[in-house]
Design a binder for this molecule. Structure first.
Ligand code: RVP
Length: 498
């Protein structure tokens, strides 16, 4: 029966992009792409919603680089919403809703808050949000640590009158004021003295440092967060929306499931959530992608089984090679104007361009980012080399109650499993080499993509998608693609082997 067998499925290592005629300078290349129906990002990279990849630090770093971080959901609703808040308050311009402290708080409490939010100074406000003063690390220095528990903020803060600006001040006027008065912070107040914002020199400088940053309409960093469809998923979604999340990712390992599709439909219809972008997934077929188009998803995530830590294809025998899966999904998504995200299976930068040519608009990365400073988890030394742990969200470790409560079992349809020894995992636990700061890793990935575009002769991502052509290769040519016949003596920053 011929209809029993789909056509041959291809993945990244089965294809190469053909060089095309190029008439462009490398600096003309623009990697801007569509993330969802309504959002664009300057760099087509998304960090995976995994508990060894994306918490607030990674999400902040990803958005600054021009991509997006999706906060994992293996934590309580409150904790995940708090992480959204941390990202939204990380400013690249004017902080419209700064973290404040009361005059009666102790210096110990202040120190703790500073650590949590990684900021060094706070406006001090009364219970009516009226500005009383500011307090910074510098003010702490003159009080011995032994006295922090008993010293109150208003004993050491710099009290009003301070140099302040009106709410709605322009960037230029603010810069002028900061410069004139040699201040690091400019609180913004209304006529009654209520605090309405804060500008810091550091943030102004940062927004110049990160020219590609992914920002919302108010200049705050974009952030995504994963939800499921099971149990309290609706409450999770609405709480995250209240916390200011820009993108909800409603996904499980197998997204072509009635209840998940209904969740996406509800999110796009309900007045409480419909203004937020909703990504649905994961699928690996045209029919699966069409189902998400039909319920109004703002983007579709593709990938069943390609992940580096994933055993779904081995445990269940189900999946589709990723290049084919992305291409098939794009056949449904493209005509509807819905962007596609290629999720999982990337080992090197060259696969980003391959995914885009196959029909994706952006890619989601796990193993390539898990070794960054900004990913959760400690560095471990093994035989003098540095590693960070990386595990599948369907691994025993992520789904078992070992350690703490698991909130993500339902991703792999194990929500009703009562005890750990009954869990059927679809992922493994491991480690990846330490890679340093995300900025360095992103530089290599984006640099690689820029070169791909130069080779293909594409100025923009749509041009790359339109003009890119594949050649199918054999395993002999895959050997030719990788270094061969030479013993590598120095590690390259962008090559990890086969
Ligand atoms: P990779 O980049 O190849 O490490 O893959 C990351 C992707 O793998 C994730 O975005 C997710 O779709 C998938 N994943 C996460 N956990 C598991 C699992 O336990 N099977 N799979």
């Amino acid at each position: 029966l011929p209809e029993k067998f789909a056509a041959l499925g291809l993945t990244y290592d089965d294809v190469l992009l053909l060089p095309g005629h190029s008439d462009l300078a490398p600096d003309e290349i623009d990697t801007t792409t569509r993330l969802t129906r309504e959002l664009s990002i300057k760099v087509p990279l998304i960090s995976a919603a995994m508990d060894t990849v994306t918490e607030s630090r990674m999400a902040i770093a990803m958005a600054r680089q021009g991509g997006l971080g999706v906060l994992h959901r293996n934590l309580s609703i409150e904790d995940q919403a708090y992480q959204v808040d941390l990202v939204k308050r990380t400013q690249t311009g004017i902080i419209s809703n700064p973290v404040t402290i009361g005059p009666d708080a102790t210096l110990e409490q202040l120190d703790q808050l500073a650590g949590e939010y990684r900021i060094s100074g706070f406006p001090v406000v009364d219970t009516d949000n009226r500005l009383l003063g500011v307090i910074t690390n510098r003010d702490l220095r003159f009080t011995p640590v032994a006295e922090w528990a008993t010293t109150k903020v208003d004993e050491v803060m710099t009290p009003m009158p301070l140099v302040t600006g009106p709410i709605g001040i322009s960037r230029e006027d603010a810069t002028l004021l900061l410069r004139q008065h040699k201040r690091e912070r400019l609180p913004l107040i209304d006529e009654q003295g209520h605090l309405g914002g804060l500008i810091t020199v550091k943030d102004f400088v940062k927004s110049e440092q990160f020219p590609k940053a992914s920002n919302d309409a108010d200049g705050r960093l974009l952030v995504g967060a994963a939800i499921g469809y099971f149990g309290d998923a609706w409450q999770r979604a609405t709480t995250l929306v209240e916390a200011g999340v820009d993108v909800l990712v409603a996904d499980t390992a197998h997204g072509y499931v009635r209840m998940l599709l209904e969740m996406v439909e509800r999110l796009k219809k309900d007045p409480a959530t419909r203004h937020v972008q909703v990504i649905g997934g994961n699928v690996a077929t045209r029919a699966g992608a069409q189902a998400f188009v039909d319920v109004g998803a703002d983007a579709i995530k593709v990938g069943v089984g390609p992940g580096s830590i994933c055993t779904t294809r081995v445990v269940t025998g189900v999946g589709a090679p990723q290049i084919t899966a992305v291409y098939e999904a794009s056949l449904a998504a493209k005509p509807a104007g819905v962007p596609v995200i290629a999720d999982g299976g990337m080992k090197h930068s060259g696969e980003i361009a391959k995914a885009l040519v196959a029909g994706a608009d952006s890619v989601m990365l796990g193993s390539l980012l898990a070794g960054c400073d900004e990913s959760p988890g400690e560095l471990v030394f093994v035989n003098g080399k540095q590693y960070k742990s990386y595990r599948g969200m369907g691994s025993l470790g992520a789904m078992s109650s070992r350690g703490k409560k698991s909130y993500s079992k339902d991703r792999y349809f194990q929500a009703e499993v009562a005890s750990d020894d009954k869990i059927v995992p679809e992922g493994i636990e491991g480690q990846v080499a330490y890679r340093g700061p995300l900025a360095a890793v992103a530089h290599q990935l984006i640099g690689g993509l820029n070169q791909s575009m130069f080779y293909v002769g594409a100025r923009t991502v749509p041009e790359l998608q339109e003009n890119g052509r594949f050649v199918r290769i054999t395993s002999a040519s895959l050997t030719e693609s990788h270094p061969h016949g030479v013993q590598m003596t120095v590690e390259a920053p962008n090559y990890t082997g086969r």
